[in-house]
Ligand binder design. Sequence first.
Ligand code: AMP
Ligand code: ZN
Ligand code: FE
Ligand code: FE
Length: 292
Amino acid sequence: MGEIRIDLHTHSSASDGTDAPELMAQLARDAGLAALGLADHDTVAGWEAASVGAKAAGVTLVRGIEMTAHMLVDPAEHPDAERRVSVHMLGYLFDPSEPQMAAHMAAMCTAREDRAREIVDRLAVDFPISWELVQEYREPGAPVGRPHIADALVALGVGENRSAIFAKVLASTSQYYVPNKSALATDAVQWIRAAGGKAVLAHPKANARGNYLPDSAIRDLAEAGLFGLEVEHRDNTLSERPALAALAKELRLARFGASDYHGTGKPNRMGENLTSPEVLDLLAAGAFLPLI
Ligand code: AMP
Ligand code: ZN
Ligand code: FE
Ligand code: FE
């Protein structure tokens, strides 16, 4: 029996990935996956097309989202961190029409729009970029993010690819950077649960410059009803993973692994990290939406 390969965190062009949602399952099958999770940023707009593609490809689809959120940390507890630490909260198998979740998605789309315009205004002082140009690099209605702005800058020759642009002008330390307005991560966990879904903390060690979540914040999230922790993710270094796995075990959080695939927008390859079939069974148990 071969290994059952499951990758629950990927992005399509419904947010800032480069592959259409209807193509995602075919790509998953090509990568030898039995199940795929679609977790676009702050939107479920790709779910329907992805489910059509999943049926055609014979791949199990796990409908999800990656919510933009943050936590406030006590600097005394974590001297390297800024007070506000950005957090990405994955939500799976929830009811998208539940009022708080629906309100969050709508509010984040508007907030992202205002924030991206502000970033573009700042960039326009030094580069020939315009808001109109950025629109060419996102699907209509997709929540706008830095990757779409990066694509416009690549087209202008400012850098070779998204990663080069992020390193150069879109890093959170850049003069052009504006943070996203976002929800408290503990609220996000509660909204996902209230909508019948399961919340999983994405890439807990991903933030640059040591500005990542202290364990105390992960404990607070567990208290709020977090279901799982993404341990195997390329933004958690190999040396950080044993402690994360131990924390997950202590807090009785399910252990996830995923690629965070973004198509050609990032080097992450589908299936480069995996979640076990046992954890997928637990994720689906009692959730509002079924696996399809
Ligand atoms: P935003 O949500 O607008 O702040 O943009 C964050 C998104 O940019 C995340 O989805 C990341 O996957 C993506 N991102 C962050 N750093 C890079 C990078 N170096 N290259 C490509 N994409 C990146
Ligand atoms: Zn992204
Ligand atoms: Fe993320
Ligand atoms: Fe992601």
